[in-house]
Ligand binder design. Structure first.
Ligand code: SF4
Length: 439
């Protein structure tokens, strides 16, 4: 395997690296005599009580550092490239890929398709396993890296090759079997496409994957997102409320079997299915600790439960306060109901809940996390916003105050002339922001 230079970007305070006088600009050459290919290797080789690290200083001197430490103690080094290797892009051409459905003119990184197994461990990304070499699979097993999050979509080999448009995609069951045999914890995901991998194909996939439980800990089923930018792409139909009800029935049938066998529900329908079917959200106990909340599984249940708990703990008073709340179309009814609960308890609090329609991607995209600054701005200009606007944090990039369309939070603030309160993804923060609390 080729290796690239691993340049130290930052050394954490009071870390082993600081004590050993490792500094930004140093290059880590070897650990215990082994060259380091990437972050997998690095994390594996530093897991010992005695390690030898070969470092090259900026003047060319090489230092061999002998380090005694606790078994799983980190060295406290951040590298210039967090993967310690090039990002691997994706060789699939999935018929449902959302990246292909982005409008033109967005920032370049939005169009980058990554399907890199190392991001599964570092960031929890879901990967198809088709962009991995056998040696990567072996390293995951050897290093016992976990959990691995797998975009399965279907266990039918021919169908998977068609859905991913990759003739090597049909070996998924063999790869999962390898991880299962090695006891590597896994989570699975199925993006469901109408008339393609639903119905009996969905039953087959869930049944096959349940064969890997409890090593495979959970499986989520989410509906495909369909934007307005599908010219020249595979024709996909949206699911209607009857389809959603059928998907839930299939999943809940398997949940009963899984619960009897493993004591967990294993497979979960994302919130979107329940909302589209007009059914109530399951209780918190059905979500097995919310392992798939990042995939929109249990977000509404978790938000509502936290909300009611927080609201119950705050004594009512007669404060006068008016605020407004941004929400996507999908969860509007839920957020409106929560706002009404606040108004009921705080008689002089008035909340305007605004349902923002997604003009940017198209009206079939209804989740709050895909709202853009320009749609929020356009649809709120001239509206009664009160003392502050509550904006869900998942509308912004995780590390920057910037929307998907590159509009900055400052630009929105300037355009609407209102204080913006970023609501963290929990119900307590929604209550706090809505009654004028500090962030
Ligand atoms: S694996 Fe992911 S990034 Fe690659 S084509 Fe499929 S959906 Fe798109």
């Amino acid at each position: 395997m080729k290796t690239q230079e691993h340049v130290v970007k930052k050394v954490l305070e009071d870390s082993i690296a600081q004590e050993m006088e490792i500094e930004p600009g140093d290059v880590i050459l070897e650990i215990n005599g082994n060259k380091i290919v990437d972050i997998f290797d690095y994390q594996y080789y530093i897991e010992d009580e005695y390690i030898e690290v070969l470092v090259r200083k900026p003047d060319g001197d090489e230092w061999l550092l002998e380090i005694d430490k606790d078994y799983d103690e980190d060295l406290g080094i951040e590298f210039e490239n967090s993967l310690m290797d090039d990002y691997r892009s994706c060789y699939n051409k999935c018929i449902f890929c959302f990246i292909d459905q982005n409008p033109p003119g967005m920032r370049d990184t939005i169009y980058f398709k990554d399907d890199d197994s190392r991001l599964s461990f570092l960031q929890g990304n879901y990967i198809t396993l088709t962009n991995m070499k056998d040696e990567d699979v072996d390293r995951i097993i050897k290093y016992h890296l976990a959990p691995i999050n797998v975009s399965v979509h279907t266990t039918n080999p021919d169908l998977r090759c068609k859905m991913l448009k990759n003739r090597f995609a049909g070996t998924i069951m063999d790869r999962l079997q390898k991880f299962y045999d090695a006891g590597i914890p896994m989570n699975g995901q199925i993006v469901l496409c109408k008339g393609i991998n639903d119905g009996d194909e969905l039953r087959r996939s869930i049944s096959d994957l349940m064969g890997f439980a409890p090593v495979m800990e959970s499986l989520s089923v989410v509906p495909v997102g369909i934007s307005d930018y599908r010219d020249g792409l595979f024709k996909l139909e949206p699911f209607d409320s009857r389809d959603a009800a059928e998907v839930i029935d299939i999943i809940e049938g398997f949940q009963k079997q899984a619960y009897e066998k493993f004591g967990t529900h294993f497979v979960h329908a994302s919130d979107e299915w329940y909302i589209n079917a007009g059914r109530p959200m399951p209780g918190a106990e059905n979500y097995d600790g919310y392992t798939q909340i990042e995939n929109g599984v249990g977000m509404v249940r978790s938000l509502c439960d936290e909300f009611y708990e927080a609201l119950g703990e705050i004594p009512a008073d007669d404060r006068e306060y008016t605020a407004s709340i941004v929400t996507g179309v999908l969860v509007y009814d839920h957020i409106k109901k929560l706002a009404e609960e606040i108004e009921k308890k705080f008689k002089n609090v008035k909340l305007h809940v605004y349902k923002i329609v997604n003009d940017f991607f198209g009206h079939r995209i209804t989740v709050t996390g895909l709202l853009t600054g320009q749609d929020i701005k356009k649809q709120l200009q001239g509206k009664e916003l009160g003392s502050r606007l509550l904006l869900p944090e998942n509308t912004l990039k995780c590390d920057e105050e910037i929307f998907l369309d590159d509009m900055t939070l400052d630009e929105l603030r300037e355009a609407l002339q209102v204080e913006i309160y970023i609501v963290k993804s929990n119900g307590a923060d929604l209550v706090n922001g809505a009654i004028g609390g500090n962030s």
